[in-house]
Design a protein. Sequence first.
Length: 279
Amino acid sequence: MKGKGFFVSDFNWLWLCYPLLGCLAGFMAGLLGVGGGLISVPFITLILTASGMAHPDLHKIALATSTTTILFTSFASMRSHVAHNNVHWTAVKGILPGILLGTLMGTYLVHLIPTLPLKFVFVAFTFYTAYSMTYGKPPRATRTLPNRLALFGVGNIIGSISTLISAGGGFITVPYMIACNTSTRMAIGTSATLGFPIALSGVLWYLISFYHTTGLPAHTIAYIYWPAVIGVVMTSALFAPIGARAAQVWPVAKIKKIFAGVLFLLGLQMLYTIVRGTP
């Protein structure tokens, strides 16, 4: 039966690329507090295509698979940041419910409002934020994180925008917290902690909504391609704590420059999808 076969008989040598991807995605997730979808989705799509997978929903398979890998990677990253005491729990309690609600709102709004203008705004945001993190002035000393109700609203915006433009919320959460005079390490650890329940809700949504979907490629359940999940997670779960450790000991200025570089790449990728007209 498709989607539930045994892996060994269909082994493809290109599957060995998945552990290599996991090393990079895991390290960056721990270092920057982001899920790693920016890295994993394009590479998973590339590997699936090179493996000969031809399916009209290939991009959706890559997204679902990436979300599932992020579930395990973010858990490993979260544990490490918690151990380093780099999590702002008040921010987590305020932002998380808003993000979860915002994600649900985004899945509804995506069919009602045009997303192209939002993507252009997000591209401008990534370029501006990348510049500000590298060359901008520090935020005013009086600026701090708002109360929990306001944080709920912030989370709502982050969740909605992330869903509408298919971008990870960590790329908004970390710059926002830094702009509110939260330390860079605390912002990264908080974003990593938020990533786990968000990924969990995403995986559950795929499983509940699409478990009985037929016509998917072999070893694919609910659009989740399990050979890729296993291959990525076997290394990403090991490298996420290494990235979290690097975030603890590397100079903050260096981490900010790396984050700014990744933001710039995210902006370029979003711009490319706009020009190509891809999801």
